[in-house]
Write a protein that binds this ligand. Structure first.
Ligand SMILES: [Zn+2]
Length: 512
């Protein structure tokens, strides 16, 4: 049997080799194996995944948490254990992220680099550093080539990262201008939490989203914000803008999708559409043209959770971002000759690290599973407390319920020391009275202007797991890059964030 197999393989190999002789100079051959550094086909399906705030530690800590079989997304979702889909991306590189005018970048400057191949200044959306000329984005190039274009984000679709693919303005806060560029872009699919049209630069105008949807409709878009309408979309539906329902007149939490771990707490099914749902629909809608498509998917709230030093919310959202990647990998497996997938972060956020002075060489990632809601949900609970009657003892019970903190019967590593209780009591008093024994300078280091009680809870829980943070802002460490498909070997090595855009533009011949 073995010999027959060997002979079969030998015959097949000979046939393939002879075939290869005849077609080796034909760019359209049927070979599915991508290639060497320079030998690849021009991909017509481009997937660009940007994890906002996704550095190496965010990836590491998510895999560490997933290694605990009881670390689940929610009652309605389950995930694989221990390894993220991004391990299937064959090629790995590393990028530097600095902005034109600041070493530690911001999302607008980094996304401009990732979308256009040019450095710019902090806060600038796809314009040069002095905001005197527009920088053409790879999404605009793809559109000009006749490709379908989709922009998906777990935050608002006019937030800095997605905006850098279709808008040009001197400030990321110019939501009116960004919204105008959005509806004028002609792109085929926008999906995310919501929009913040007029929120900042609209003079005396209502924040009501009808101002935006009217402009979008005039420009030929269909706007959907219910699950039924979203599910019913097909590749025949035309140009689409899809958001959650709750942002129709409401701008809570920056018009972002809820944290994945808070999905069950959403009142309406219309507000439970996830990043991977939006990505799956995007692939379905865009995959209807000979010229292919460009799809950018941003995992935007990994960054927000890291700003707040909530590692569990960040890990759940990283899993969701990675789940969206899994859909692109499935697509690649069906179209290996025509697809490239690139995944990176725009910068690290929070100075997250695996290792904490208080735990030395020890880690206890398994305690993270006991956190049941994000910092945002708990901050809402703290907001509802009456300082006149709420006691510290009651607050500790609430922390135990929501985070497992102090619950020794769940895990002895969750026991609170007197020192930790002191930190929590100080933070609780600060949350309730707004007063503290700390100086303002100290407050910015200790609480980072988040709710003091909530951020102290996540700090202590994270520290007990052997995790620590250095900042409530971004950091300047290099960020990993992953690639799979045609042209992927271009992403080997150590380079600048601007190089990523230039590589994609060159590989897919977007500028020709
Ligand atoms: Zn960012």
């Amino acid at each position: 049997m073995k010999n027959i197999l060997k002979i079969s393989f030998a015959v097949m190999f000979a046939f393939v080799s002879i075939s290869a002789l005849f077609i080796s100079c034909n760019d359209d051959d049927d070979s599915t194996e991508p290639n060497t550094v320079t030998d690849y086909k021009t991909p017509k399906y481009i997937f660009y995944f940007i994890g906002d705030g996704l550095g190496s530690p965010q990836i590491n800590v998510t895999e560490a948490a997933l290694n605990d079989p009881n670390f689940k997304l929610s009652a309605t979702k389950s995930v694989g254990i221990g390894e993220l889909n991004l391990r299937q991306l064959t090629v790995t590189g590393m990028q530097t992220t600095h902005a034109e005018d600041r070493y530690i970048t911001g999302s607008a400057a980094s996304a401009t680099a990732l979308a256009t191949g040019y450095k710019t200044t902090i806060g600038t959306i796809s314009m040069n550093g002095t905001a005197t000329s527009d920088l053409k984005t790879m999404a605009e190039m793809a559109k000009e080539k006749g490709m379908k274009v989709g922009i998906v984000s777990s935050v608002s679709i006019d937030h800095a990262t997605p905006a850098c693919f279709y808008a040009h303005t001197d400030s990321r806060n110019n939501y009116y201008s960004i919204g105008q560029d959005l509806v004028a872009s002609g792109f085929d699919y926008f999906a995310g939490g919501g929009v913040r049209w007029n929120k900042y630069d609209g003079e005396g105008q209502a924040e009501d989203i009808t101002l935006f949807t009217d402009a979008a409709t005039t420009a030929g878009y269909t706007y959907v914000n219910t699950k039924t309408a979203f599910d019913a979309l097909t590749s025949e539906s035309g140009k689409i803008i899809a958001t959650l329902e709750k942002f129709y007149t409401n701008t809570d939490d920056g018009c972002a999708l809820p944290y994945v771990m808070d999905l069950d707490a959403q009142a309406s099914e219309n507000d439970k559409i996830t990043l991977s749902d939006f990505t799956e629909k995007g692939i379905e809608l865009l995959d209807n043209d000979d010229k292919g498509f460009f799809l950018m998917v941003e995992g935007g709230k990994i960054d927000w959770a890291c700003h707040a030093n909530d590692v569990v919310a960040a890990a759940h959202n990283t899993v969701e971002f990675d789940k969206a990647l899994g859909l692109a990998i499935d697509f690649y497996n069906e179209h290996p000759d025509e697809t490239i997938i690139v995944l990176t972060g725009d910068h690290e956020c929070g100075g997250l690290t695996l290792g904490y002075a208080g735990t030395g060489y020890e880690s206890a990632f398994e305690i993270l599973r006991h956190q049941t809601m994000s910092y945002v949900e708990f901050e809402d609970i703290v907001d509802g407390w009456n300082p006149e009657v709420k006691t510290f003892e009651q607050a500790l019970e609430d922390a135990k319920e929501a985070f497992g903190l102090g619950n020794e019967t769940l895990n002895s590593a969750l026991a609170l020391s007197d020192y930790e209780k002191g930190l929590l009591e100080d933070a609780f008093n600060r949350s309730m009275s707004g007063e503290s024994t700390h100086e303002p300078e100290e407050i910015s280091v200790i609480y980072g202007y988040y709710d003091p009680f909530t951020v102290t809870i996540t700090h202590i829980l994270n520290n007990k797991a052997g995790i620590d943070w250095t900042s409530y802002s971004h950091t300047g460490v290099p960020v990993p890059v992953f690639a799979l498909g045609q042209g992927m070997y271009e992403f080997n090595g150590y380079y600048d964030n601007t190089d990523i855009a230039n590589k994609i533009i060159e590989i897919a011949k977007l500028n020709e």
